[in-house]
Write a protein that binds this ligand. Structure first.
Ligand SMILES: Cc1cc2nc3c(=O)[nH]c(=O)nc-3n(C[C@H](O)[C@H](O)[C@H](O)COP(=O)(O)O)c2cc1C
Length: 172
């Protein structure tokens, strides 16, 4: 699939078929994630792949009860260690670069998923401390995003975008 086709067809998926995802495909998504650029190539990220029902239940509860989090056959939690970035770039690494790095990884996963007919939704609304606890994370690691993942049962309409002329300014 062409990259533009993947970008243009990606929409959030919040209803999944129960079909499982083969490990080889999950591996491809993780491989895509780590191809994302990171500031200074610091790669401050860490990924959890969750299939366990009780852990997904707990993640759903930590995500303000968003039910589709535990309906998805797999959830990938994208996490960062801000101190890895801070070691190179101080506060800019701690508060900005590591977040940008994780966002690039999330987008890579989501686009790679489209190319494999998988659906995803970026979930950012969660109680960070609860997610850390549920995944038994070492101190210092921050969950940045949860990505429920599965074969789409229903693809949402997708939200309208502001027109380009409202958000772009040319300086020719
Ligand atoms: C940082 C971030 C956090 C988000 N958190 C949630 C969330 O907690 N729950 C949810 O259903 N969607 C969440 N979304 C998905 C957005 O609602 C969705 O991407 C947006 O409405 C555009 O729709 P589309 O993905 O179909 O293009 C989040 C997206 C981003 C980028």
């Amino acid at each position: 699939m062409e990259i533009l086709e993947a970008i243009n067809s990606r929409k959030s998926v919040r209803k999944f078929k129960p079909d499982s995802i083969i490990d080889e495909n999950i591996q491809k998504l993780l491989d895509a994630a780590i191809k994302a650029p990171t500031a200074g190539n610091a790669q401050p990220w860490y990924f959890y792949v969750i299939k366990d029902k009780s852990i997904k239940d707990a993640l759903s509860a930590a995500s303000l009860g968003q039910k589709f989090v535990n309906d998805a056959p797999v959830v990938i939690a994208v996490c960062v260690d801000p101190e890895v970035s801070a070691a190179k770039y101080g506060d800019r690494g701690r508060y900005l670069y590591c977040i940008q790095d994780s966002a690039a990884a999330v987008e890579n996963i989501m686009l790679a998923a489209v190319s494999m007919d998988l659906g995803t939704c970026w979930v950012g609304a969660f109680e960070e401390e609860k997610v850390k606890q549920v995944l038994n994370m070492p101190a210092g690691r921050r969950p940045a995003a949860l990505i429920p993942l599965g074969y789409p049962e229903k693809i949402d309409e997708g939200f309208k975008r502001k027109p380009l002329n409202e958000v772009v300014e040319y300086k020719n």
